[in-house]
Design a protein around this ligand. Sequence first.
Ligand SMILES: Cc1ncc(COP(=O)(O)O)c(C=O)c1O
Length: 380
Amino acid sequence: MITDILGTIGNTPLIEIKNCTTKDEGQVLFKYERSNPGGSIKDRPAIYIINEAERRKWLKPGGTIIESSSGNFGISLAMIGAAKGYRVIILVDPKTTNANLSLLKAFGAEVIVVTEQDDSGSYHKTRIALANKLAREIENSFRPDQCFNLLNSDAHYNGTACEIINNCQQGLTAIIAAVSTGGQLGGISKSLNTYMPEVQVIGVDAVGSSIFGGDSHAYRIPGIGLAWTPNNLTMNNIDCVYKITDEQAFVTARSFAKLEGILMGPSSGACALVALHLAQRLPRDKRIVCMVSDGGERYIQTLFSDEWMIEQGFSTDAGVDSLRATAAQLQPWSTDPMSISNYKPELNQNLDVPASTLCLNTEMLSDKYWNNGKHMRFLD
Ligand SMILES: Cc1ncc(COP(=O)(O)O)c(C=O)c1O
């Protein structure tokens, strides 16, 4: 098949775990998003939002894409901007790794480092507010707005969730995904609740994030967490939530490289640990799909550096027995996520979310949008 680079987004493989579960435990399948051309799951919402913006003439030839992202979403937009000929400006923060900065620049994106922290000690709000300001100032610019734009979860409802349901309905018992903007878990959970409501939907967050309540404090897992519940996530659709520590996430990701030959980043390490925990409680004919949002190369200087791990005070390795024992001891943070939701609707105004995003969201919450047939595609 001959295609352009953007035509290779999606249709990612499901990879079975062989060595970290026993033959009589539930089957764990990794939905391996590293095989997207930009190297992560974020290619999916990025291309979906850009295509929709072009269709609505919000993004025109010669236009500029402006986004707040310290990692994968920015890299996906930079790749798409290069392929389609748009200027791309990405607002990052001091936590952004050199590897990500290099990738953004490799695709020709302009990078602005935001150094002012917000009231939760992170940079999310200050980055978003500055991105919105720039979008007002730069003519012919477009803000994909992954945090507030409901097209983010729609991309997963129409893409990722369809692939999962089409490819492994048989025995599907649970699905696990990490959360930050809520795009992947929001879209997948909405689809499963509609079409396979018996499947358990499990969210994974970082200890230190308050998407599902609890104290906000600094943590090291990249790509995961937020100081509020994102509007892309409908808590009613989530059955259970786990919070994973930095050390658990990093050590698990390292272990899967050595024990299974599978490279993944720390957010996927967090999900993989929960997957092992569930597998230990299920028989072999039950399947668990675990989202693996990106690969390991992006984290060579952190996750895969022994020196860096030691500097953080983390152990460097876990053998299969110790990994399985850690998984066995996990406890859910909540089995009633709705009761611990932390929505902050006032942020729409406080962060000056663009009018185009707010109008689109109102449209997407209407029955007309949901009844147009587009959302039934995988049933064909
Ligand atoms: C590696 C990684 N894992 C998980 C997530 C969380 O995905 P979402 O923003 O769709 O909630 C992200 C988001 O940036 C990510 O980059």
